[in-house]
Design a protein around this ligand. Structure first.
Ligand code: CA
Length: 224
């Protein structure tokens, strides 16, 4: 999933970005409220990790402006402020969850997973796809308890398509979800990843179709 981290403290943003990358996400990092607003206007993110004390303003104001623009992207606030009123205000403005610094990266990872589960409307940590189980927390795919050999990119691709199972996902949406500003995904790279993933899913009750001119369709029964 593509995640935007808005944090001006280099040590914290390094730790948070590394944790998200280790979990297999595409991560972009910005250090100001203005830059974040324009990035959120131009690109689709699955989640925003937001510091409240930014050099050019309050992260709460950013949340308010996002919600005023009907942007429902989940926002996880990370804040050094121990002030309860501030946290209440930010949640009331439309933030989805918060963590008070310093926090453990294990808890951070778990909160990100919980928000992403809610976002994909599945709410469950393990998704049944045909004969396969997609373990979102462990970032692996199992068939009868045996893990399939998928690369991080193939898993990321499957995760994006699985969040829209039995519905067409546009090529643009897939590229937007998987690439970052530093690491592009070329058309050719996407074709190769789709081809490899399709081969690995074959025989497991999951069908990855290309719908010409529209995008991709992941078809799967519920495994019963
Ligand atoms: Ca800060």
């Amino acid at each position: 999933m593509r995640i935007l981290v808005v944090e001006d403290d280099a040590a914290i943003s390094d730790a948070v970005c590394s944790a998200l990358e280790r979990a297999g996400h595409a991560v972009d990092h910005l250090a100001s409220s203005q830059a974040a607003l324009s990035a959120l206007h131009d690109h689709a993110f699955t989640l925003v990790v937001l510091d409240l004390g930014l050099p050019d303003g309050d992260g709460g104001e950013l949340v308010r402006r996002l919600r005023a623009a009907h942007d429902g992207v989940p926002v996880l606030v990370i804040t050094a402020r121990e002030d309860v009123d501030q946290r209440v205000r930010t949640l009331d403005l439309g933030a989805d969850d918060y963590l008070v610094k310093p926090f453990s990266l294990a808890e951070f990872d778990a909160r990100v997973r919980a928000l992403l589960r809610r976002q994909s409307n599945q709410g469950v940590p393990v998704l049944q796809l045909g004969a396969l189980e997609l373990d979102l927390a462990g970032r692996r795919v199992l068939r009868d308890g045996q893990a399939l050999d998928l690369t991080a990119r193939e898993f990321g691709l499957l995760e994006v398509l699985a969040s829209r199972v039995n519905r067409v996902t546009s090529r643009e949406h897939v590229i937007e979800a998987l690439c970052t500003w530093n690491e592009a995904l070329t058309d050719n790279g996407l074709d190769i990843a789709i081809h490899r993933l399709r081969r690995k899913l074959a025989g497991h009750g999951v069908n990855l179709r290309t719908v010409r001119g529209l995008g991709y369709l992941l078809e799967a029964g519920d495994g019963t």
